[in-house]
Design a protein around this ligand. Sequence first.
Ligand code: CA
Length: 223
Amino acid sequence: MNQILIIEDEERISSFLEKGLSSNGFTTSVAATGKDGLEFARGGVFDLVILDIGLPDISGFEVLEELRRGDTATPVIILTARDGVIDTVSGLEGGADDYVTKPFRFEELLARVRVRLREDRVPETTLLKAGDCSLDLRTRRLARGEKTMELSAREFALAELFFRHPGQVLTREQILSNVWGYDYDPGSNVVDVYVGYLRKKLGSDAITTVRGTGYRLTDGHPS
Ligand code: CA
């Protein structure tokens, strides 16, 4: 199991990251200051570090510099504000492997994490199946039986989440934070709207409403 260290002072972002990463099988530790982050990094074995640049005590760059003094191998992904592109370039020169600009979608970050940990992973299949439905991650097409369908970017992100958890109930909150990110209003009905779009494409029986909880993509077995 991969251990990820999150160094981020903003609690809503670190808990968003923790939730998302742990539901994807990663183990996480969170440090809210640069100094704590360095202490954690020195005291534990981490496969990857997610590092915020704007920290309350020392900046993410200083953390990175300090980190790289003793350890050059652990991948580091930095989180940076959208207007911090110049900073980002110096971050990459300073030994970061990748960066994600805030605000970001969870799936976007997860993809970067997976790329950085790729060496340890078995090659990933590009075709996800659930019952007689499938999602091709390479072509981004959805299929049921003989019928193939195109998806918008958001529909694809939602479909990917369902196809990675077939037969499992996903709550609206899980779906919102995975597909829309932490900046989304929890009272919004976008989830229902987009589930509706997928149903229109896959057939209404493909995604079941679990009353009061959320939605489930059928895996072909009676639920
Ligand atoms: Ca910050």
